[in-house]
Design a protein. Sequence first.
Length: 368
Amino acid sequence: MTASSVSVYIHVPFCEAKCPYCAFASEVPSAGDGTLFLDSLKEELSFRRRSLGRVKTLYIGGGTPTFLAPPLWERLTALLESSLAFEADAEVTVEANPNSLSAGHLSIWRDWRVTRTSVGVQSLDDAELFLLGRRHDRSRALDAIAACRARGFSVSVDLMFGLPYGTLQNWARTLRETVAMRPHHLSIYQLSIEPGTPFAEASPDGLQDGYAPYRYAQWFLSHKGYEQYEVASFALPGNESRHNLNYWEDGEYVGLGPSAWGSLGGVRYRNARTLSDYVALVREGSPTVFEERLGRERAARQAAVLALRTTRGIVWKVFEARHGHRVGAKLREELERFPSRLVRCDATGASLTPSGLRVGNAIWSEIV
């Protein structure tokens, strides 16, 4: 199939070291792995060419994209420029780690198409950063935010709460110091213990409940001009992530690189997880190791959960045009059972209230 307009995600699978909480696919590369990755990515781009229409959003994540040295970034941007057709107003985001972000990266991005950087800060408390296994400190994180802003990028900052021995005072200070830098967007996540991670094998002491820091963030950020538009996402007006909104609105997207997910024509797919498997399968013709087509009702319910992550929520007219009136009516009946302080539901749509977003997992699990 050929998409008229599409979102693209590229996974860069390299990290300087594995953080103990992280379940994303990444590995410490050996010499030559960066070139091997780019060679295979070029082949996958050729393989998926029929699925690539005009690119409306591109997100380069990881892993650690800034672990690729500037010369490899020069090659990557040249490859993408020759392989993809971008819309004039395409949003192009790159994830940046404060420990590996350099002036060389910023210059290449500024001269190419990058419009937005997502800086993985996580905390501005050095003791918390140490417990998380992060290689940067508070000073380097603030410098990274400032450098991205100085180059004119729209800047998003990732922060984590519910950390070992974390306090509400520390969290409030991190939020206050981050907002003082005036990033355009913040994404906040509660630390979760994921299977297969070092934290799962030996859970850290002093883990904190996330309810209070999340509620505080909702209050504080709203008073600083940031609008919550998704359960974990806050933005200054007009700075919402278009790429992520495409996910939450159940749009189609092409995933490229090791472990990347894609969704096209009602079929979800995932690429091989490790670089070695990805390279081997690309050479055989396709790196895809998993595909599934959801049944009509399951697809509708998953789309409903994605929509309910956003403050806009479900618009019944749009939802039923895609998924049918029968499943829409069933979902409406189920959502109307929740207290109105948690779920707003009427003839036009349904969405979670600020209080509902605080317990979103419990609500979503009831309708999926």
